[in-house]
Design a protein around this ligand. Sequence first.
Ligand code: ADP
Ligand code: MG
Length: 599
Amino acid sequence: MMQREIKILDKNVADKIAAGEVVDRPVSIVKELVENAIDSGADNITVEMRDGGKSYLRVTDNGCGIDSDYIETAFQRHATSKISTATDLDSILTLGFRGEALASICAVSRVEVITKTADSKIGRRVIAESSEIRNNDPTGCPEGTTITVKDLFFNVPARRKFLASDGAESRRIVDLVSRFALAYPDIRFKLINGSRVVFNTSGKGNILENIIQIYGSDLGRDLIQVSGDQGNSHIRGFVSNPGMSLSSRSRQIFCVNGRIVSSPLIERALEKAYKERLFSGRFPIAFLFIAVPPESIDVNIHPTKKEIRFHDNAEIEDFITETVKKALTHKEAVPEVRHKADRPAPELSPLPEGRPQTEMTVEENGYQEEYDVINLLSTIRDKVSVQEEAASEYIRSAPQAEDVSKPFDFNTLSVIGVLFDTYILATDEHDFYMLDQHAAHERVFYEKLLHQFHSAEKYSQQLMVPLNFTVPADTVSTEDQWIGDVRNMGYDIEFFGNHTYIVREIPAFMDMSEAENFLTDILNQFADRPDLTDPSRLDKIITRSCKSAVKGGDHLTSEEITALMDQLKQCNNPYSCPHGRPTFVRMTKYEIEKMFKRV
Ligand code: ADP
Ligand code: MG
């Protein structure tokens, strides 16, 4: 296109363009309105939407209200009561301060504001659309502010095209308001979609109660309490039982010093805590509330940045991993078997608009759109000092997880039988357990092997008749890359000529067939020239080879069962095989009674 005159844009057009930066879809309006409501000191906030928020959004709060003298000003760009000089920028205690939200919203929709301050006798009702004030009249109303936004983009049809389906837009809003409700447990949040109440939190500061309100009691039942203290840092929250996982990180919510953040560090710490408890590609659910000394973090104040930076990465990462790991040793963390009828059937289609689903089937059905609400949430600034204080205080006073559950104790188990020559049946006072003999054996084998590998002393047994191994040519040519590792595991192995190796000693804890299968598998893997400079590579090779070494479905004598249980008990992680399959599952007596309709 040829460029001709250069013109100053109409105010009307300029407003719409500027608005685009703040308002791109209904959820961003909700974000701005809820932030304003929080800034107004409200402890009761209701969000209503219709048609994914496209035709109707309303946010009602019981905060300080807007003074009638200033109400029209509030609609102007760069109008804010929150700062007045540039120096104020250094000490912002509110969520918003750019003074752009109301102006932007009313440039692209029809807005009604009904508001009353504590010291005025009567409220005010203002109607504005396309950046023009249409009405400004007195009205009777309670203290606080109600802002209704109708017909989003009625005057910018091109923008409407970019909106997703009503269902998708409403899910974004549900997700956003859910996070607000979790981050501000002292505020009562009510979310209404059409004629349905999606959730309604109590505002009493109880995190678990809020999680259950928002995500449902089904998810609540699978959560394990997390609690840890280290110096002036504190972690409280809930994580999922390893028996339940999702295909994405969509249900991981982290709150640091009262602010919802995204943090690869926290994600990594969680992943480490769940390592070997979940299959790769599966993610735990986590609601972690972390309080750290304010001077130990950098909070990004850039609007598009959402990450928080810890000054001592390794220390906080280890603290989180260890705290979550500890929670996963509790009895509640043993995967639980439940009677099917107990769980609501997953709704597959049409996708529900209300409560976010926690059933994995739905999740895998593509329900969860990757949408980064956190990006929106961690706006410019929080109530830095005030809120951090409150958050730390709140977290410190939360109950200790030790109060509520104890680490799992193998000594309480008594074996009552074996099923299909594969599953060891056991009970303790309350629960019934099934141990997968094969998975348990694999876990024991794996940990013994790693122990041997890393310790200076090797325990080997000499073979009466040495074993001969014929290997692929590639394995011979890369011998220097693997032979040291294999010897470190307790094998006495030497090249014999002609693609053949001779083995005179095997690790003491293996039997002949295990030693042979393990070595065959590992030598074949080395033929693929793995990159052994990657430390996790060797671990993967060992993990894989354990599987082929250990046989399942053998009949075990009662001595062998006792020995296996004993060895499992001594493992660092007795709860799963190295690939993430559970070694044992639990069924409560209550669950069994329910199955027989006794309760
Ligand atoms: P900002 O939040 O950045 O100051 P907004 O455009 O979001 O800018 O709001 C402009 C002003 O309107 C705010 O500074 C505040 O004084 C007032 N305001 C908006 N919403 C509310 C509300 N819910 N309660 C009280 N005052 C409000
Ligand atoms: Mg604002």
